[in-house]
Write a protein that binds this ligand. Structure first.
Ligand code: NAD
Length: 463
């Protein structure tokens, strides 16, 4: 028992006892201590939550004041910003400074953007009136790496569209989702509009994905789980939106500002200890700049302070779990490329991995092909823009990417990259721009108007 324990699920606007007394222990990855326990929900809890969401749908789907509700939810969540950053620091190990800016700041920005969206007016096409309607009851299943952002990107869009939601947060980082529920309860969201069932993927996640009364499953997580969810939803032809893995390329052309490109590139690859689906884990460098880029990257990585997430100077916290740490160390020990930084294990306690850089990485090797989800950067040389594009596109993923060089040339390379987002010369992340993947990085888009559209059906009425 700890003071952070949560004993109830949130269903139909109330905190309710779960069907089973089983719990899940939530660990602090920096200390390996148990932080809290949360209910291990069951299929019976999912049935109850889906029934509550279904009952709430008819009135919420036509409620004229949905945006005012989101506005109140934003106010209630913003009041918890400090708590959100601390909670993610504890359950995930994100350094506090980054947790404040990204783990707490980004979801608030995204929620604000949906509270500010105005519903599109009906359009006409010839004699047809085109209307947008909510898809229905949405099952939202989320991972642990940006545990509130990934929840809000789904919940805010679904609620804005007029859908009702059953949410299952990751069992590794469920505590911050409870802060969202506290805020929703305080903001008096109508009962049943947002329901939360904590639990494991194979039990609660699978029950949501296969539930006959869930109209759409919106999932963020690994490609393997995305595939299982798609299979489960296929039997009833339920809509699926998937945000999956990535192996993004950061292309540094011969006319790039090398120092900035490498510094920002390393920072991007190691953000959140490399546990970022959009991470630029492959740095592709023109051969004329290659040796300098390798030494700059090694020096930058070597200068990253690793340690306690609550120490202000820390740049790199632990990985989320022992499993993840062992997985990442496995990739490092199997690698046959030239190790230029890191590689060795850090402190005896906590799931830390040193910031690691490999040079001369074979574009076809495991290091360059598999999503490692840890602080491991692969550097690869290229001789021409065509070759850079070919290497960048030599991936089963296509989620994000970067290009550095003169604007026109960089834009031309960006257009040829088979990926959902590309930042040119460090262009800033835009929380209203469509976010999502090509190939095995996913199906559908999140954020902004494109994100809203995922949760809508389109109806044509002929006159
Ligand atoms: P995961 O797939 O193991 O788990 C994600 C969620 O799915 C969790 O809530 C988990 O409990 C649930 N789940 C697991 N098995 C399930 C099943 N059989 N049926 C239903 N639900 C199930 O992924 P993870 O380890 O939590 O997250 C890391 C992965 O997520 C990485 O591969 C990363 O690239 C990806 N990711 C993608 C994005 C994106 O936007 N594209 C964002 C973040 C993370």
């Amino acid at each position: 028992m700890t003071s952070l324990d949560r004993k109830h699920l949130y269903i139909g606007g109330e905190w309710v006892a779960p069907a089973s007394a089983e719990t899940i222990a939530v660990e602090n990855p920096a200390t390996e201590e148990v932080l809290a326990h949360v209910p291990a929900g069951t299929a019976a809890d999912v049935d109850r939550a889906v029934a509550a969401a279904r009952a709430a749908f008819d009135s919420w789907s036509v409620a004229p004041d949905r945006f005012a509700h989101l506005d109140r939810l934003h106010t209630a969540l913003a009041a918890r910003a400090g708590d959100i950053a601390r909670t993610v620091g504890l359950e995930l190990g994100t350094p506090l400074k980054i947790a404040k800016a990204v783990q707490a700041g980004l979801p608030l920005t995204v929620l604000r953007s949906y509270a500010d969206l105005v519903l599109p007016q009906p359009e006409t096409v010839g004699n047809s009136l085109i209307e947008r309607e909510p898809v229905g009851v949405v099952g939202a299943i989320t991972p642990w790496n940006y545990p509130l952002h990934q929840v809000v990107a789904k919940v805010a869009a679904a609620l804005a569209a007029g859908c009702t939601v059953v949410l299952k947060p990751s069992e590794l980082t469920p505590l911050v989702a409870f802060l969202l529920v506290d805020a929703a309860h305080e903001a008096q969201l109508p009962p049943g509009v947002l329901n939360v069932v904590t639990g494991t993927g194979p039990v609660v996640g699978a029950a949501i994905a296969g539930h006959p009364d869930v109209d759409m499953v919106s999932f963020t997580g690994s490609t393997a789980t995305g595939r299982a969810i798609t299979h489960a939803a296929a039997d009833r032809i339920a809509k699926v939106a998937l945000e999956l893995g990535g192996k993004s390329a950061n292309v540094i052309l011969e006319d790039a500002d090398l120092v900035r490109a490498v510094k920002v590139g390393v920072g991007n690859a190691f953000l959140n200890s490399g546990q970022t689906c959009t991470a630029w884990t492959r740095m592709l460098v023109h051969e004329s700049l290659y040796d300098e880029a390798v030494s700059l990257a090694a020096k930058t990585a070597g200068g990253y302070p690793v340690g306690d997430p609550f120490d202000e100077s820390t740049r790199l916290g632990p990985l989320v779990s022992r499993t993840q740490q062992e997985r990442v160390q496995g990739f490092i020990s199997r690698a046959s490329a030239r190790l230029v930084a890191g590689g060795s294990p850090v402190p005896p306690k906590g799931y830390f991995v040193a910031p690691t850089v490999f040079a001369d990485v074979d574009p076809a090797s495991e290091l360059a092909q598999e999503e490692i989800f840890g602080p491991v950067l692969s550097i690869i040389p290229f001789a021409s823009d065509d070759e850079a594009v070919a290497i960048a596109n030599n991936s089963k993923y296509g989620l994000a990417g970067g290009v550095w060089g003169s604007e026109e040339r960089a834009l031309s390379v960006a257009r040829r990259m088979r990926t959902g987002q590309v930042d040119i010369n460090g262009g800033a992340f835009n929380p209203r721009a469509p976010f999502g993947g090509y190939k095995q990085s996913g199906v559908g888009r999140e954020l902004g108007e494109h994100g809203l559209a995922e949760f809508q059906q389109v109806k044509a009425i002929q006159r």
